[in-house]
Design a protein around this ligand. Sequence first.
Ligand code: IMP
Ligand code: MG
Length: 173
Amino acid sequence: MASLRLLLSREEIERRVEEMAAQIRRDYAGDMPIFLGVLKGAFIFLADLSRRMDRSPEIDFILLSSYGSLAASSGQVKVLLEPRAELKGRDVLIVEDIIDGGLSLEFIRDYVARRQPARLRVCALLARQRLLDEGLRLDYLGFPVGDGFLVGYGLDCREEHRTLPDVYVLEES
Ligand code: IMP
Ligand code: MG
């Protein structure tokens, strides 16, 4: 049986998302970047973040092949759904749910960079502390997290628990 242990409450998330939004509003000073959400996990975070901007940003998405949920990475990333927007010359903000092994981020950064954006920044709600210790740098980060498998606020385990308003650690017992 799996059980859920609360890690981040909806109130904590809301406070932090507002802080991140304030930072983004300041940094871009009304000149909104295109928000490029990574499906599916980032859609709730992107919805909350984008609605806190003072101007409507253009929104687009990219869907990558997931390479396992609880399973380890196979090292293969494929694009299942391409963004519609022309990224060349644009200010692009990648919006991710969680940076786990970092492979997806590496892939998307490269994918966007090849399209010659004017500027590329990364905003992630969560990132593994392990990667941050190894030197991972993000422009905007909500919370560093430990190694447990997380669900809720967009994050799923085989499509389960995605719509929970808080973030939980999924514990096998
Ligand atoms: P990475 O390429 O290893 O950084 O994995 C990135 C993607 O795997 C994330 O964007 C999530 O969609 C998924 N993922 C990684 N860890 C978790 C987790 O703890 N819960 C739910 N999804 C996760
Ligand atoms: Mg993701």
